[in-house]
Structures are given as C-alpha cells and as structure tokens.
Design a binder for this molecule. Structure first.
Ligand code: CMP
Length: 139
C-alpha cells in the first residue's frame, strides 16, 4: 500500500550540508518528498516529539542535540514507505548499518545518526501531524 512516513534530517547532517545527498537517497529508493521544511526546534518541542523516550538515560542529550541546530522535517510517500525509509536509513547505530545506507555513509554515532524515521503506521500518523497540517502535504 502507498504509505506516508515522517522523516527528520538531524542537526549533524544539516550542519554538514548533507540535505541534498540524503534526499537523493530517498528519491533513488522511490520515496517522494511530499512535504518538507527546515525548522529550529526548541528544547520543549524536541522533548515533546521524543516523549516516548522520556525515561531513557539519553533523553536529555537527545533533546539538546535535536534543538542544537536546524533540522529538516519531511513527509515521504511511496509503496511501503515506512519500511522502505527504515531500509534506506540503516540501523540506528551506524556501526551496525548496512553498506549504502544513509547512516553507514553519513552518521557519526548512535546519537548523531543523521536521520529519524517513523517506525510504524500509528507513529507515522502521529509524527506527521506533529509537524504538518494537511494543507502542507502535497502528494
Ligand atoms: P531516532 O530514530 O531519532 O529515535 C530515538 C533516538 O535516540 C535514536 O534515533 C538515536 O539517535 C537516539 N539514541 C538511541 N540510543 C542512544 C544512545 N545510547 N545515546 C544517544 N542517543 C541515542
């Protein structure tokens, strides 16, 4: 089925001017960028977005990192987009990511791992509506 997923190009990647290279990976995989904006998250917004990780030891560090520099938030659309995006991103930890994936090529560490992608249909819907109104998504 055609799905939509929420993607974030994280501060380590925007800082190194990798937005275009990362977008090329998505497009080469058949994902369409149907919404996209560059924003600077506040600590509060980052905290809210990553609320499910609130109890994790890395939560504070994660939120500070996500608020440290601009991010590019985007909606990717395509056949099986959620799983496909996760494939293109590679494993969370770049040391475990497959050859050719975004995280293998660009991520610096498990925290500074260049991209975020929704992990399931329910979270994709929630995460998309966190950043975008229906009017901003043009398929
Ligand atoms: P992401 O897909 O954005 O979802 C939660 C993020 O937490 C994850 O990617 C990682 O970047 C980050 N994360 C996971 N484990 C650690 C860790 N041990 N230290 C710092 N950040 C982490």
């Amino acid at each position: 089925a055609i799905e939509r997923t929420l993607s974030i190009i994280k501060p380590d990647a925007t800082k190194r001017n990798l937005t275009g290279k990362i977008n090329a990976k998505f497009e080469e995989a058949g994902l369409r960028i149907v919404a996209q904006k560059r924003i600077q998250l506040t600590m509060d917004q980052a905290g809210k977005f990553y609320e499910v990780h609130k109890e994790r030891p890395f939560y504070g560090e994660l939120c500070e990192f996500m608020a440290s520099e601009p991010v590019v938030v985007q909606v990717l659309e395509g056949e099986g987009a959620i799983a496909k995006n996760r494939e293109v991103m590679g494993a969370t930890n770049p040391a475990e990511a497959d050859e050719g994936t975004i995280r293998k090529e660009y991520a610096l560490s498990v925290g500074e791992n260049s991209v975020h992608g929704s992990d399931a249909p329910e979270t994709a819907a929630e995460e998309i509506s966190f950043f975008f109104s229906g009017l901003e998504i043009v398929g």
